[in-house]
Write a protein of this length. Structure first.
Length: 305
């Protein structure tokens, strides 16, 4: 590293130490991971936090003030130059040596502009992935609403860091669309009343709606357990004097309500007349002759074997 660069960084370090002596130090978050080209988005987010804490974000919004402008006083110009130097020191100190050499002669506005051009492809990929997550993130039934909303707000902040800011109205529409059907009544009331809330206020309203939704679901479950939620179809079984008896199931054709009579052959049957096997009484010739001669009472008209 050349002597001029070392001298600049030494002055920057002294200036940073003086500025940090009487204020809460947030610059340490930039020391954890220096800018190396692959972490531009994380570095930029941490860098913006530091600038917000020190109230110097305006330095990156416009180029350095020109003394020739009539509305610029010497005092305002001096303050701008001092703030620009502070921001530049912080930026250089949080970069790797290669990037320090590249931007040592640039002011803070020029540095941030060049970084955007250098890493625009990486930012484009990150922006695409962030948009995809915003559209695909949905709240499922049974999941708490607060982490879901905070995740969505974080994704919108990522879009803002990627110079693709999402308007407050659009962000609220996306969050409402991501809720499950249990919040349909809340969404209807919100849109009908033409509410205009911040994302933070919407977060609080959804937490309140979640509590109401849980109480309603709990009440419905208690009603079901008490038997008031659903009615059983048909009449109770086993009640005397009420209702009709259950119909006897029909047969499948092989058997009916009565037992089918089994037919046996004469060879297996015993004759009721002669007491021998091989014939039936109603077909026995000797019985017919005896009936004709009157030796035995006639059994015609009765069923006999």
């Amino acid at each position: 590293m050349n002597g001029y660069l070392l001298q600049i960084l030494f002055k920057c370090s002294n200036q940073m130490a003086a500025n940090n002596s009487n204020s809460f130090n947030l610059r340490s978050i930039l020391d954890k991971e220096k800018l190396n080209g692959n972490n531009i988005l994380d570095w930029k987010r941490n860098f913006q936090i530091v600038l917000m804490n020190e109230e110097k974000e305006y330095v990156l919004e416009e180029e350095l003030l020109e003394a020739a402008e009539p509305e610029v006083t010497q005092s305002a110009l001096n303050r701008w130059i001092q703030a620009n130097r502070d921001v530049k020191c912080v930026m250089l100190a949080s970069m790797n040596p290669e990037l320090q050499k590249m931007f040592i002669n640039s002011d803070s506005y020029q540095i941030i502009s060049e970084l955007k051009n250098m890493f625009q492809d990486q930012a484009r990929i990150e922006r695409f992935e962030t948009q995809r997550l915003i559209l695909e993130t949905k709240l499922k039934k049974g999941e708490p609403v607060s982490p879901h909303v905070l995740k969505m707000i974080g994704l919108f902040e990522n879009m803002r860091a990627l110079d693709s800011d999402v308007s407050n109205e659009m962000a609220i529409d996306i969050i409402l669309h991501s809720l499950h059907s249990g919040y349909d009544q809340f969404k209807l009331n919100y849109n009908m009343n033409s509410m205009e809330k911040t994302l933070t206020k919407l977060h609080g309203m959804l937490k309140t709606a979640e509590k109401t939704l849980k109480q309603e679901n709990k009440h419905d479950m208690l009603m079901v357990r008490k038997g008031k939620g659903f009615k059983k179809s048909g009449k109770g079984k086993g009640k005397k004097g009420k209702g009709k008896a259950a119909p006897t199931p029909k047969s499948n054709g092989t058997s009916s309500g009565k037992q089918k009579r089994v037919t046996r052959s004469p060879a297996d049957s015993k004759c009721f007349y002669c007491k021998k096997k091989g014939n039936w009484k109603r077909n026995f010739l000797k019985r017919k002759v005896d009936e004709k001669n009157g030796n035995v009472a006639s059994t015609s008209g009765t069923k006999e074997k």
